[in-house]
Design a protein around this ligand. Structure first.
Ligand code: FES
Length: 608
């Protein structure tokens, strides 16, 4: 007798809003299914059922029963009665589910531009022009032999003209009157180009959440096109730690994440080159600046150590490798340069930001920070350069905030409270759907300014402007009838607390650096705030809630995506790459978790 095998029943699930139909085994997890359907669903906690960011509506069919974690969220009001957590729900029969807009990592406002200073051009690649239209030697040589000969004569003694390039070179010569150009990186030939075509490079700011890419003319220094996209890895965990966990828990996890981001970069490269009528094969050099975890995942380096103290990176020095080794589709032999990492949580994007802002080119005292899930801070004072990284968490991305969401159209980005009057401004002037980081920060500052919360962040229960829900006071920013979701957009004590924790992480990092450098806040001449989130911050409100020290506002400069600008400079200049390498040797990195009294700094910074 044969033993009967247990074949899982196949079901068909329709996933909205894309309408994609999937055939799955009964019992398939909804978060996995959404990923399979190509939907980038928010998963801040990496599928642990704790962040509440993967909400889904079950439209039809049978699903696994509600879990205790979901029941708890229902009870505290953070999971509506008609929604479930995709990461904790299994599909048991044919059916349909719908992921609401706030669960989808899409349409986010992407800050691409940063300040860009003109620099002398000295890219890694050089052009070598070929003109075989006049055979001066009179010898009968093939095109390949002539090119090899002229390379030698010009000093490229060790340069090999690869046979694989010959068909392309020959057709270019034929099409362009026996003229073409080779692109060389050192002694290596990268590709052949039409004689008039400029060499192009791709610079990328590889963020945990966002990718910002720039197509740069390496011969004029101009940025020809730029574009942004969400980092497709978001679907596997929204912050660095969730992604490291994903690689720990899944055998192919690291490869999956590498593939996801490379695909995202390939799409961007194709979009940008299409804007100038070319293909990614025209890109002869690349620079990708990211935080250390993004760097490691892209390069295929192990990330496990980045998730455990003392958070040692696998690679500190700059790396250069063939783009093709990671599946990046650029010109045949194009290389990709990754700037050095400072530490486990301070990566090449911070180096790029420092390069672009010229923070090290002044004798002044400069504090430069890039706010994100991790906030990297540098302090330059009296010839010293100290740096640290603070775990500011995803609250500024709207996570862990009940009505929070990222900077999508309809997100409240500004809040002003005057007496009973509450004014909000939303992104793209769309009806309000929730509140994003800059809005939450404003709201907390305004609640405090209006005495609705005290310095501990506790609500003043006597205030008639507050409403009670489940015995807890909360403040209504947008009433249900005016919100796009027909649900009131409110802030409660817990939301305020999330912002207090995030801002305390940043302020305590600043204070530790100041102490280590024996410098007072008053001595900071220039306070640089970089990054997408930093661009939209109301600096006065940042001071009101104690996130930044109270300095004259004219000492602050919001510099936009300076990491992207730095990546472009690294693409245009080998001198900048040398500067990046040298910078590494001068930075004193301070691991905050090893600072004995760090907790005291942190606790001191929590109050408003
Ligand atoms: S609760 Fe599902 S991903 Fe966090």
């Amino acid at each position: 007798m044969h033993a009967r095998m247990n074949i899982p029943q196949q079901i068909e699930l329709t996933i909205e809003p894309s309408g994609r139909r999937l055939t799955l085994s009964a019992g398939a997890n909804l978060l996995q299914a959404a990923r399979e359907a190509g939907l980038a669903v928010n998963a801040v906690c990496g599928g642990n059922g704790t962040c509440g960011s993967c909400k889904v509506k079950l439209i039809s069919g049978d699903f696994s029963s509600i879990t205790p974690k979901e029941s708890a969220m229902r009870q505290n009001g953070s999971l509506p009665a008609d929604e479930r957590l995709a990461c904790l729900t299994a599909a048991l029969s044919n059916g349909k589910v719908h992921f609401p807009a706030e669960s989808l990592a899409s349409a986010q406002r992407l800050q691409l531009e940063g300040e860009l200073n003109p620099i002398p051009l000295n890219p890694a690649v050089k052009r070598f022009d070929i003109d075989l239209s006049m055979n001066l030697s009179g010898e009968k040589l093939s095109a390949a032999e002539s090119v090899r000969e002229s390379l030698k004569v010009s000093g490229y003694l060790h340069t090999d003209l690869p046979d694989a390039l010959l068909p392309r070179l020959n057709s270019l010569l034929e099409e362009h009157g026996q003229k073409a150009s080779l692109v060389l990186n050192g002694q290596q030939i990268i590709t052949a180009l039409p004689p008039e075509q400029h060499m192009l490079g791709l610079a990328v700011d590889l963020g945990t959440t966002k990718l910002a890419a720039f197509l740069v003319d390496l011969e004029s220094g101009q940025t020809l096109a730029s574009g942004g996209a969400l980092n497709p890895q978001v679907a596997y965990g929204e912050d660095v730690i969730s992604r490291i966990q994903f690689t720990d828990e899944h055998k192919e996890g690291a490869a999956t994440l590498q593939k996801a981001v490379v695909e995202g970069l390939n799409i961007l490269a194709a979009e940008l080159t299409a804007k100038v009528g070319l293909t990614p094969a025209a890109i002869v050099d690349g620079v990708i600046a990211g935080n250390t975890a993004m760097h490691h995942l892209l390069a295929g380096l192990p990330v496990h150590n980045l998730g455990t103290a003392p958070y040692h990176p696998s690679q500190v020095d700059a790396m250069t490798f063939a783009a093709s080794t990671i599946g990046l589709n650029l010109a045949e032999n194009a290389a990709v340069y990754l700037p050095p990492n400072i530490a486990g949580f301070v990566g090449g994007d911070h180096i790029a930001m420092l390069l672009a802002t010229r923070a090290r080119h002044t004798l002044k005292t400069v504090l430069a920070l890039d706010i994100g899930t991790n906030t990297e801070i540098s302090l330059l004072h009296k010839g010293r350069h100290l740096a640290c990284s603070c775990a500011s968490g995803p609250a500024f991305e709207g996570a862990h905030i009940r009505s929070g969401l990222r900077a999508v159209p309809g997100a409240i980005e500004r809040v002003f409270i005057d007496g009973k009057d509450v004014k909000v401004q939303t992104i793209a002037d769309q009806p309000a759907v929730g509140i994003c980081g800059s809005g939450i920060l404003d709201a907390v500052a305004e609640l405090h300014r209006n005495n609705l919360i005290d310095h501990r962040g506790a609500f003043n229960k006597q205030d008639p402007r507050l409403v009670m829900r489940d015995g807890q006071p909360e403040f209504i920013l947008v009433p249900a009838e005016l919100s796009a979701t027909q649900q009131a957009i409110t802030l409660n004590r817990q939301d305020v607390q999330e912002i207090q924790l995030a801002k305390a992480a940043i302020r305590s990092g600043i204070e530790v650096l100041l102490r280590e450098a024996d410098c007072s806040a008053e001595e900071i001449d220039l306070f640089l705030v970089a990054g997408a989130f930093g661009t939209y911050l109301d600096l006065a409100n940042c001071q009101r809630i104690g996130m930044f020290p109270r300095l004259e506002l004219k000492r602050f400069r919001q510099v936009g995506n300076a990491a992207g600008s730095g990546a472009r400079e690294l693409l245009l200049s080998m001198d900048k790459r040398n500067e990046a390498g040298k910078m590494l040797g001068h930075i004193e990195y301070i691991e905050l978790t090893t600072v004995k009294d760090y907790v005291e700094f942190y606790m001191d910074a929590i109050g408003l």
